[in-house]
Design a binder for this molecule. Structure first.
Ligand code: NAI
Ligand code: MG
Length: 334
């Protein structure tokens, strides 16, 4: 039977970049069935719900989802759809690789870093969110469990092993956040000992940000808690030419959602300006997850070639072409 992929085109620039990625998958000869469902603003308008039950059923049934960014309306009663999806499906690992492409205007040309972000705990656990009645005080709870930390750090080392990588750096703030980050670091050290072939390092998050900018060669696989991973992965995207270049896979035991790191980019939505590389790379992550490495590599090199030649790139890459021209250029190479 054909593999069915759930597709959420998403809001803002989502539909244009998702369509681009699917055209490219088809052009590369991937024989998937696609089941389109809605979430976010698109779903809210049609059904009155941000995450309709049909959408959740499709994600669960097909196990694989390719997803565009979703706009979470700001205001009362709306919890982030992304956070909900990650929690609901136990997508505990968020894998965010960045790799340099020749021809971008990025500061460095040989970046190759994977951030493995814990995806369900920490400051995103949604626990204990209180604002005092008079609005002068607010609090929220951060929760880390030994089980959660062990799962994510083990995931990072296993990924390092599988991909022939040399080093895993655990990023933390255990000097200040003694309980939560302290537990994460303690567990990271324990797990590291089980992988003697891989170099284990640890670094405080603020110093990590400085070193990523000054000395990115020091990093290989980075593993960290939810909020730090969110921030560090955007920083890493900046090292390779911006958010348009950064994909992310949300992986759990029974489902996986592949998406861009960025949001719905309302400032450029509907203008054919978005760089689809982020979701194209997310679809490449999906192919690798399915052991379709050869097809993944073919698409990657077509994208690399378009960016290197610079003839039909998008504005964020220094070009003056649209999403659709970029997509056509990739398909021609394929
Ligand atoms: P954003 O990531 O949408 O945009 C930040 C900046 O990067 C903007 O200047 C945008 O034009 C640019 N950018 C992003 N993707 C690009 C691409 N593919 N090509 C070229 N330029 C690109 O962040 P922002 O504006 O803070 O958030 C907008 C909305 O997205 C919010 O409603 C937020 O909640 C949502 N969001 C959704 C996410 C998801 O669904 N995974 C993740 C992050 C934010
Ligand atoms: Mg983010």
């Amino acid at each position: 039977a054909k593999q069915t992929v759930t597709v959420i085109r998403g809001d803002g620039i989502g539909p244009s970049i998702i369509d681009s990625a699917i055209e490219i998958l088809n052009a590369a000869g991937c024989d998937f069935e696609y089941e389109y469902v809605d979430a976010g603003l698109a779903a809210l308008e049609k059904t009155g719900e941000l995450l309709p039950p049909e959408t959740l059923e499709a994600i669960e049934r097909n196990k694989l989802t390719l997803k565009g960014p979703l706009t979470t309306p700001v205001g009362e009663g709306f919890t982030s759809i992304n956070v909900t999806l990650r929690k609901q499906f136990g997508l505990y690992a968020n894998v965010r690789p960045v790799k340099s492409f020749e021809g971008t205007q990025a500061r460095y040309d040989n970046i190759d870093i994977i951030t493995v972000r814990e995806n369900t705990q920490g400051m995103y656990s949604g626990l204990g969110q209180v604002t005092s009645e008079d609005g002068t005080e607010a609090e929220a709870m951060s929760k880390i469990t030994r089980e959660g930390a062990e799962k994510i750090v083990t995931f990072a080392y296993e990924l390092a092993q599988r991909e022939g990588r040399k080093k895993v750096t655990a990023v933390h703030k255990a000097n200040i956040l003694k309980s939560t980050s302290g537990l994460f670091l303690k567990v990271a050290r324990e797990v590291g000992e089980r992988f003697p072939d891989i170099e284990s390092a640890e670094m405080i998050v603020d110093a990590t940000c400085m070193k990523l900018v000054m000395n990115p060669d020091e990093f290989d696989v980075v593993v960290t808690t939810n909020l730090f991973g969110d921030i560090i992965s955007d920083l890493c995207a900046g090292l390779v030419g911006g958010l348009g270049m950064a994909p992310g896979a949300n992986i759990g035991e029974n489902a996986a959602i592949f998406e861009a790191v960025h949001g719905s980019a309302p400032d450029i939505a509907g203008k054919n300006l978005a760089n689809p590389t982020s979701v194209i790379l997310a679809s490449i992550q999906m192919l690798e997850y399915l052991d379709m490495g050869e097809t993944a590599e073919r698409i990657r090199s077509a994208v690399a070639d378009v960016i290197k030649s610079g003839d039909r790139t998008t504005r964020d890459l220094g070009g003056n072409h649209g999403t659709t021209d970029f997509t056509k250029a990739v398909i021609e190479r394929l």
